[in-house]
Design a protein around this ligand. Structure first.
Ligand code: 13P
Length: 249
């Protein structure tokens, strides 16, 4: 039976004390979960949350990182700083970074390569807007984001990369892609991965779904053959809504 990879993206929520309280609750309720669980607090709460989850099975993640290790980059956070705090995974190319902060595939690819070089596990986010879907560009957009995001990633390094498919129109809207729709896109991502890395690597790739994942749709989504986990936003902000997602089976 496969293990699922469920990640919590707290986005720009939580003061340090709120983050600590939630992390304590999650350690108590999920500290021994059989699923792989990652939580990504805002940068300001990473150090405090790292202390709380130490010794548990919860993995510490960051929501973004800068494309350089150090230097004159005002406002950026280096992968070295993340590692220093115990961060193991990093979300890259989230649609909010792509659309609100105009991150390009080229920049996201630089971050993916740097994360891998620094032994941080990237979660590369991809996904189409509603307009792109309606214009029949879903495969071109998602396929392009996968190809460009992984440019220069070796087959060996790919094993530590996760892809998160997050249709932009399903994020924070309460609209979820149907499990069938999501599974079809995940299947397409595997076709792209097969063309890049071969069938075995494509099969082994962990592909999360994100976009209005809740306790009441998690089991249905996760039952699909190509869906290996979830990247959860809104429902990850409270133990009472996140724990049932992780404990969907
Ligand atoms: P919601 O779960 O709030 O739709 O957010 C999804 C997301 O963007 C996770 O990265």
């Amino acid at each position: 039976m496969r293990n699922y990879y469920i990640a919590a993206n707290w986005k720009m929520h939580m003061t340090v004390s709120e983050a600590v309280a939630l992390a304590q609750d999650l350690v108590a309720k999920l500290g021994k979960s059989k699923e792989r669980v990652m939580i990504a607090p805002p940068f300001t709460a990473l150090a405090a949350v790292a202390q709380v989850i130490r010794g548990s099975s919860l993995v510490l993640g960051a929501q973004n990182m800068g494309p350089e290790t150090k230097g004159a980059h005002t406002g950026e956070i280096s992968p070295l700083m993340l590692k220093d705090l115990g961060v193991k995974a990093v979300i890259l190319g989230h649609s909010e970074r792509r659309h609100s902060y105009l991150e390009t595939d080229e920049l996201i690819n630089r971050k993916v390569l740097l994360a891998l070089e620094q032994e941080l596990q990237p979660i590369l986010c991809v996904g189409e807007t509603l307009a792109e879907r309606e214009a029949g560009k879903l495969e071109a957009v998602v396929g392009g984001q996968v190809r460009e995001g992984l440019k220069g990633v070796s087959a060996a390094a790919l094993a530590t990369v996760t892809i998160a498919y997050e249709p932009v129109w399903a994020i924070g809207t309460g609209k979820t892609a149907t499990p069938e729709d999501a599974d079809a896109v995940h299947g397409y991502i595997r076709i792209v991965l097969t063309s890049l890395y071969g069938e075995a690597a494509a099969k082994a790739m962990v592909i999360q779904y994100g976009g209005s994942v809740k306790a009441d749709n998690a089991a249905e989504l996760m039952a699909k053959p190509n869906i290996d986990g979830a990247l959860v936003g809104g429902a990850s902000l409270k133990a009472e809504t996140f724990v049932p997602i992780v404990s969907f089976r």
